[in-house]
Design a protein around this ligand. Sequence first.
Ligand code: NAD
Length: 368
Amino acid sequence: MSNPSLLILPGDGIGPEVMAEVRRIIDWLGAKRGVTFDVSEDLVGGCAYDKYGTPLHDDTMAKAQEVDAVLLGAVGGPQYDNLDFSVKPERGLLRLRKEMDLYANLRPAQCFDALADFSSLKKDVVAGLDIMIVRELTGGVYFGEPRGIFKEGNERVGINTQRYTESEIERVARSAFELARKRNNKVCSMEKANVMESGVLWREVVQKIRDTEYPDVALSHMYADNGAMQLVRWPKQFDVIVTDNLFGDILSDCAAMLTGSLGMLPSASLGAPMANGRPKALYEPVHGSAPDIAGQGKANPIACILSFAMALRYSFDMGEDATRIEQAVEKVLADGVRTADLMGPEGGVPVSTSGMGDAILAALDASL
Ligand code: NAD
């Protein structure tokens, strides 16, 4: 049987720095656990634009379609801000998501005990928090037509269109219900059915899928603005949240901060199963390219490492090694190892990106 294949796209800014630590863990798995991946590496984002004049070369896109999973660092940077919209670094990422048809974006928000004091919320509100936001990723207002800036009389008008088909809602709802069955069997669906017709349809379809296919899962509905408030008021009331592309973008960033730092948050974007039964999949940290700290060895690699752990679990059926990595992260945090973004008001000496990698590898060694 051939080795599982992985395409690594480190991208821009801190992307290559955090991805270097994942490469060390892949090497560790090979040396200590006998798990070998066929790893290839390529460009995406600003660095691809610099080389090819496009944020995602067609050959890279083709490779992404062939491998078992793609692992991406981050894209973007101020030097690309004035590029035409069609070649901005983010277009590379959007193209990957769209052409791989990655319609379900899984963003866990989990509060490690050692970091509970670090959240901007009270400790008892976040300690032990473990929720999963499922964001629809390939439809909605980021893709709907018509879109653009048009002339209307004497002024310009900016237009984007929120658009969802029933089948787009059905498949992401199924992803959320499937996940809920492996967790606490509870889904909360969020939209704005009070003011948007697309929200009315969303609510109807999610309810229909639950009633016909997942009657064992508890489903509630919430307007997304109330959802934002409830996430900050008492996040532990939720298990799985399913929502559209735009609200999911905002709500998952909000949930992110409950746990302390953007540098901690992994994500998975999944599509339909391929011929080998594995879902099309792209794994990436939630954070961006952090140009303010890029090249300084300050970036926290944990979000990227935990994204790789999600790849082990969801693409490669290696749940045991995924848990091993997550527990190694938990251990180093409990031991007080901190990158700069995790330093509390009490101060201390932060470790570098590779220092955090060293500590996690040592914890992995100790786990054997
Ligand atoms: P960002 O996530 O890059 O950074 C926000 C803040 O969090 C910064 O202060 C940064 O230093 C800090 N931060 C982020 N990740 C960190 C980590 N791993 N360790 C320590 N600190 C970390 O968001 P931004 O500043 O709004 O965007 C910067 C660039 O990244 C922009 O070009 C934006 O378009 C792009 N971006 C890309 C993605 C992606 O690739 N998926 C996502 C968001 C933003």
